[in-house]
Write a protein that binds this ligand. Structure first.
Ligand code: FSX
Ligand code: SF4
Ligand code: F3S
Length: 390
């Protein structure tokens, strides 16, 4: 399949049937698969494999649990402005248990969950939305007489893979905001083992779909970072690809909501934008299908760091972001050719300093100058180890 090209698939009857099912033209469908493959950073040929896998309609069974949250994850998936995305999500998975979307209630719903788990034992995907309250024996969230902790453990036991969707399920998110009265925690912490996390409040549906299609095509979930986040979506800082980055580098900032700088689309760093310390692909894939600028910063609001544990729902909105290991945006021409290690970080520091980065930002970048990516990864691993108590 790796050698099959998208062009050869144009006349494939399976693809034709899939397009009919999804009310898409062949061109749209194949373009979508090519875009998804590129987003996942897969080699040439993978787009055809993905198109075939989606068309084959294998539909892994999905059990979707809801705990402490606002249902925004589900809303963002299924009320996506892009009708194709919503259709594709429902087409590539068999949603066998989902409390919000289920017609069944009470005992009927419980029976459906149990029978789906038994019928697809060891094969189903468990998707968890919402945090798990752990204080006082977990009494703050109960479904069908069971605590969220009990339900999660029961459903995870026979799952092929567990995906924590949204920031709440990833690490506690909004319900875990200080003083965290219910002891809201993430799925990995409660299960005591790593899971794939797709943080964001709400998360981007495209990242969820790409993760599931990867599973469908290759039988495995995509490569993840030390927090379980798929690398294809969370390996770059928001700040690296932000459309306002040129203003940051040139020292042009909005100082107040509605001031001249804000109206002119200047950088939101001084209004507390956390893009410089938040890993996510929002500026590159955007949200919905309403044209350009459809992401927080694009709409004039600072990034609150919703995908980043310790930033979103923890740091006050107006607090200045910590400058991380910042690299120049991909679209900038290099100012120093790479020689050995460190050139890129050096270039970023020079660029930030020369261009008049925010007061303090230059110093922070300089502080991080000596940090290579490896060192930062090690630092992050240490941080998360400390948090996990290991
Ligand atoms: Fe809401 Fe989901 Fe935020 Fe949480 O998203 S959008 S509170 S991440 O679990 O429903
Ligand atoms: Fe964009 Fe925020 Fe970075 Fe400014 S600080 S360039 S608004 S991500
Ligand atoms: Fe969240 Fe910031 Fe993206 S607030 S949606 S990570 S731009």
């Amino acid at each position: 399949m790796a050698n099959t090209s998208l062009l050869e698939l144009e006349s494939d009857s399976g693809i034709e049937a899939a397009c009919k099912r999804l009310s898409m033209s062949k061109r749209e469908f194949l373009q979508f698969c090519a875009a998804m493959s590129a987003t996942l950073g897969l080699p040439q040929g993978a787009e055809a494999a993905m198109a075939t896998a989606v068309a084959a309609k294998q539909r892994p069974s999905v059990i979707w649990l809801h705990f402490q949250e606002c249902t925004g994850c589900t809303e963002s998936m299924l009320r996506a402005e892009h009708p194709t995305l919503e259709k594709l999500i429902l087409d590539v998975i068999s949603l066998d248990y989902h409390e919000t979307l289920f017609v069944a209630a009470g005992h009927q719903a419980e029976a459906a969950r149990k029978s789906a788990m038994a019928a697809h034992k060891g094969k189903y995907l468990l998707v968890v939305e919402g945090a798990i309250p752990t204080k006082d024996g977990g009494i703050y969230c109960k479904i069908g007489g069971k605590t969220a902790i009990e339900l999660l453990k029961e459903c995870a036991a026979d799952a092929a893979a567990v995906i924590a969707i949204g920031s709440c399920a990833s690490w506690g998110g909004m319900p875990s905001t200080d003083p965290n009265p219910t002891g809201a925690s993430g799925v990995a912490k409660v299960l005591g083992k790593p899971v794939v996390t797709i943080p964001g409040c709400p998360p981007n549906p495209y990242n969820f779909l790409s993760t599931v299609v990867h599973f469908l095509t290759f039988g495995s979930l995509p490569a993840v970072d030390h927090l379980g986040r798929p690398k294809f979506a969370y390996s770059r800082l928001v700040h690296e690809n932000c459309e306002r980055r040129a203003h940051f580098d040139a020292g042009r900032f909005a100082m107040d909501f509605g001031d001249e700088g804000h109206r002119k689309g200047y950088c939101l760093y001084k209004l507390g934008c956390k893009g410089p310390e938040t890993y996510a692909n929002c500026p590159t894939i955007l949200f919905g299908d309403a044209g350009g600028g459809t992401w927080p910063v694009g709409c004039g609001h600072p990034c609150i760091g919703c995908t980043e544990e310790g930033v979103g729902f923890q740091k006050p909105i107006h607090m200045l972001a910590k400058m991380k290991n910042i690299e120049p945006p991909l679209q900038y021409a290099r100012i120093v050719e790479e020689k050995g290690t460190g050139a890129t970080i050096g270039a970023a520091a020079v660029l930030a300093a020369v261009a008049g980065a925010a007061a303090g930002a230059g110093a922070m970048v300089a502080k991080n100058l000596g940090l290579s990516h490896k060192a930062e990864e090690a630092e992050k691993a240490k941080d998360s180890g400390e948090k996990a108590g290991v």
